[in-house]
Design a protein around this ligand. Structure first.
Ligand SMILES: CC(=O)[C@@H](O)[C@H](O)COP(=O)(O)O
Ligand SMILES: NCC(=O)COP(=O)(O)O
Length: 242
């Protein structure tokens, strides 16, 4: 049986466009509110260490304005931990960050960075923030998430999105197996990165996956059809796949 599937809309790239010229337009908070109106169940925002898109004041405004859960994506650093503890978003998703990368290139090495992650995951959890780990669909990473006590993992779908043919099918199987393993062990599986109208359905069809976080494509597509229409169409495709 499938669990209900939520859509978290990532509004980072509204801020990317805003920051291209400085100033305040387009406003990511306005985009977040419109996303909710169009059917988003939650909003995701990644406060990168280099502040290339979302800025500190955006997080404060999102916290003040939203009546749906905010999922704050953050690197596992002391600075980001302090910001998360100050704002207390509904959820914090710990992601790997490399300053020079164009986008998030892979999952967090929760197994390799276990000792560094432990105090951060504990502090977030003790503050009532739902911790998620953005990981590859890999049994060793799920085991590390279990040992860390993370209630949620988000599987990185970037490789799936960029592959095709049998390689894509194999990556999809890996994600499906990992979702089943996580759920069997009491961890709620989410997925995201690089999802589009063309590739979302097979991921949405994985019965244990409870949430998809989608951003870049939705914001890009909004140029052609508007943000509400792009979100409604994504929701429709997700619902059809379930
Ligand atoms: C972790 C993740 O997948 C998103 O936060 C994504 O990384 C946002 O876009 P950029 O990678 O372009 O910052
Ligand atoms: N965690 C994935 C996410 O929030 C959105 O990734 P993308 O759709 O912008 O690639």
């Amino acid at each position: 049986m499938s669990t209900p599937l939520r859509l978290g809309v990532n509004i980072d790239h509204v801020a990317t466009i805003r920051n291209a010229r400085g100033g305040t337009h387009p406003d990511p908070v306005k985009a977040a509110l419109l996303s909710v109106k169009a059917g988003a169940d939650g909003i995701t925002a990644h406060l990168r260490e280099d502040r290339r898109h979302i800025r500190d004041e955006d997080i404060a405004m999102l916290m003040a304005s939203l009546d749906v859960p905010l999922n704050l994506e953050m690197a596992a650093t002391q600075e980001m931990l302090e910001i998360a503890l100050r704002h207390k978003p509904h959820a914090a998703c710990i992601v790997p960050e490399k300053r020079e990368e164009r986008t998030t290139e892979g999952g967090l090495d929760a197994a390799g960075q276990f000792d560094a992650l432990r105090p951060i995951v504990s502090a977030l959890g003790e503050a009532g923030i739902r911790v998620s780990l953005f990981i590859e669909a890999d049994a060793a990473q799920i085991e590390a998430a279990m040992k860390l006590g993370a209630p949620v993992v988000e599987f990185h779908t970037g490789a799936y999105a960029h592959l095709d043919g049998s390689a894509r099918a194999a990556e999809l199987r890996r994600i499906a197996d990992a979702a089943a393993l996580a759920a069997k062990n009491g961890i709620e599986p989410h997925a995201g990165h690089g999802l589009t109208f063309d590739n979302v359905a097979p991921v949405a069809a994985i019965p244990q996956i409870a949430e998809l976080n989608i951003g870049h494509f939705l914001i890009g597509e909004a140029i052609f059809g508007g943000l509400e229409a792009s979100i409604r169409e994504m929701r429709r495709q997700m619902d059809l796949a379930r």
